[in-house]
Design a protein around this ligand. Structure first.
Ligand SMILES: O=c1ccn([C@@H]2O[C@H](COP(=O)(O)O)[C@@H](O)[C@H]2O)c(=O)[nH]1
Length: 236
């Protein structure tokens, strides 16, 4: 069954918590400590450490899964990897939009008909305007660059995109309600920004039009993750 892109009812269902921990054991502990969380993101560290163990555990607990592998390779390789990944039954899977439309179309063709929906990572939320210009030598503004990648993803048939909340507002009005925006780079007021560059608070991100927010360290690395989660939910 495809995921509801507009979970209107309660704002906490819009929060995806990033399980950025080094082992399945720690991930399972976290999941059991936070039974209120219905949607978890499994990223590179955890997947490289323990493979699909955590995915099976999350499924057994009836949780939604965002498998954030950020695939980026030639179309044949990414398409094949996506085909294999559908067996995990994740709700979302990421590929990089900068892999180009042929890569995205190949990936989309392989997940078609499965319960896994593809999101295109546009410009990582850790990249600032200065880095885009000086390191990546991209002469476009961040908003323009993200917009181009997101439109390419939509034209390639993907369900949605990952970008910062800053870019969502404009894109939402261009792309309408059927396209899914998932935004990391979310920081409750006063939380450490860390390596993120383009950030907004949870409330601002939802007001900007994000369907789902990804929040990791402000919850997972908090001294009391349960209290941190509850505080964010109250703010929403
Ligand atoms: O552009 C992107 C794409 C993915 N992420 C991932 O989201 C979380 C954010 O974690 P925080 O601790 O809340 O910063 C992390 O797993 C990233 O891999 C992203 O931040 N930006």
């Amino acid at each position: 069954m495809k995921i509801n892109l507009n979970p209107e009812t309660d704002p906490q269902s819009k929060i995806i918590v990033a399980m950025d921990v080094p082992s399945a054991t720690e991930a399972i502990n976290l999941c059991d400590r936070l039974p209120q969380v219905g949607f978890w993101k499994v990223g590179l560290e955890l997947f490289i450490a323990d493979g699909s163990t955590i995915l099976r555990e999350l499924k057994a607990r009836d949780k939604k899964i965002f498998l954030d592998l950020k695939l980026h390779d030639i179309p044949n390789t990414v398409g094949s990897a996506c085909r294999v990944a559908t067996k995990y039954g994740a709700d979302f899977l990421t590929i990089h939009a900068s892999g180009g439309s042929a890569m995205m179309r190949a990936a989309q063709a392989e997940v078609q008909g499965s319960s896994t929906q593809l999101l295109a990572v546009s410009l990582l939320t850790s990249i600032s305007a200065t880095e885009l210009a000086t390191d990546l030598k991209v002469s476009l503004e961040v908003s323009e660059y993200v917009s181009k990648l997101v439109l390419l993803a939509q034209e390639s048939g993907l369900t949605g995109a990952v970008c910062s909340p800053h870019e969502v507002k404009n894109l939402r009005s261009q792309l309408g309600d059927d396209f899914c925006f998932v935004t990391p780079g979310v920081r409750p007021a006063g939380a450490a920004v860390g390596d993120q560059s383009r950030v907004m608070t949870p409330k601002e991100a939802i007001a900007a039009g994000a369907n789902y927010l990804v929040i990791g360290r402000p919850i997972v690395a908090a001294p009391d993750p349960v209290a941190a989660w509850e505080k964010i939910c109250q703010e929403l």
